[in-house]
Design a binder for this molecule. Structure first.
Ligand SMILES: Nc1ncnc2c1ncn2[C@@H]1O[C@H](COP(=O)(O)OP(=O)(O)O)[C@@H](O)[C@H]1O
Ligand SMILES: [Mg+2]
Length: 290
């Protein structure tokens, strides 16, 4: 059986359209039990890979959204300080050791995404989203977690994962990631889709769209992305735009050029980009694709 084609087909059935290279990366991820690092511009479907994998495997999705200043407390566990204080107050005068053991027990533990992923009884999909936004120290700590899926909590002991989570890391490439992290992971560079893949995404995700319109929109998106834009539109923008055109009852772009121009609000998100795609430019591009 062609495992690559099989996973691509099953993803398509739940609305995620992957090319052959990504499908192979996903096969390898399962085969070698390695995290997958997906790098690419905003809006190309990086985050969605993790969501689709979770749906596909019927496994829970645990998401860790990275940001500057993220540290181990935010991602592993914290003690519920307020509840601990209340409990200590309520037990005033009781044996101090017993109280301490009590307040550093499971029910006072606040589980954060990484610990949660390690303690899941069914292997989850762990999405570490936009790792490039976190600091390098955090990256080093993450590497430790990803190499043994084991965490030591001084008061409770060592917790080891019973089943290895499927890990997807995404990066928008805003900074260089460490060599060590790259070495640990499988790698996939995800870029804007080609016409064929974007048209298939439209057919999969936009009810009521016909093949010709989907192709026209996909072709026009290629042209738009070739313009010098300050913010290159992603797939979500394409989908919004298709929904708008279908909603307005448009079945061919050349049919209503004015509406196409006016609905570019779905796609172009800065003043400069709106100005750049004048009615004349839009008209010319429609002429190229329709
Ligand atoms: N390959 C794909 N198949 C189907 N839909 C997709 C695909 N890639 C992206 N999308 C759509 O585009 C949206 C944006 O993708 P997202 O994963 O959030 O982008 P990124 O994380 O790369 O910024 C998703 O919510 C989904 O609706
Ligand atoms: Mg994302």
């Amino acid at each position: 059986m062609d495992r690559k084609q099989d996973i691509a087909d099953r993803l398509a059935a739940i609305g995620y359209i992957a090319d052959g290279e990504l499908a192979m990366a996903l096969v390898l991820m399962d085969m070698l039990k390695r995290p997958l690092l997906v790098e690419g511009p905003a809006g190309v479907g990086k985050t969605e890979i993790a969501k689709a994998l979770a749906t596909l495997n019927g496994s829970p999705l645990i998401r860790l959204q990275c940001h500057e200043g993220l540290d181990r407390n935010d991602t592993l566990y914290e003690w519920n300080y307020q509840r601990q204080l209340l409990a200590i107050k309520a037990r005033e005068g009781q044996d101090a050791d017993a109280v301490e053991a009590q307040v550093f027990s499971e029910s006072y533990l606040l589980e954060r995404p990484l610990l949660k992923a390690i303690r899941q009884p069914v292997a989850p999909v762990l999405l570490i989203d936009e790792i490039d936004r976190a600091d390098e120290e955090f990256e080093a700590f993450l590497l430790e977690v990803l190499s043994d899926f084991q965490v030591s909590i001084p008061e409770l002991g060592t917790v080891t994962a019973t089943t290895i989570p499927r890990v997807v890391l995404t990066s928008n490439d805003t900074r260089e990631l460490s060599d060590a992290l790259r070495r640990r992971c499988l790698y996939h560079a995800l870029d804007f889709p080609d016409v064929d893949r974007e048209a298939r995404i439209l057919l999969a995700r936009q009810p009521g769209i016909d093949t010709t319109l989907a192709l026209q929109i996909a072709r026009l998106m290629q042209e738009i992305r070739r313009q010098e834009l300050t913010k290159v539109p992603g797939i979500a923008e394409t989908l919004d735009w298709a929904a708008a055109l279908v909603g307005l009852g448009i079945s061919r772009l050349e049919e209503d050029r004015k509406a196409v121009y006016e609905t570019l609000a779905c796609v172009l998100k800065t003043r400069e980009d709106r100005a750049r795609m004048s009615p004349e430019v839009t008209d010319r591009l429609i002429g190229k694709v329709a």
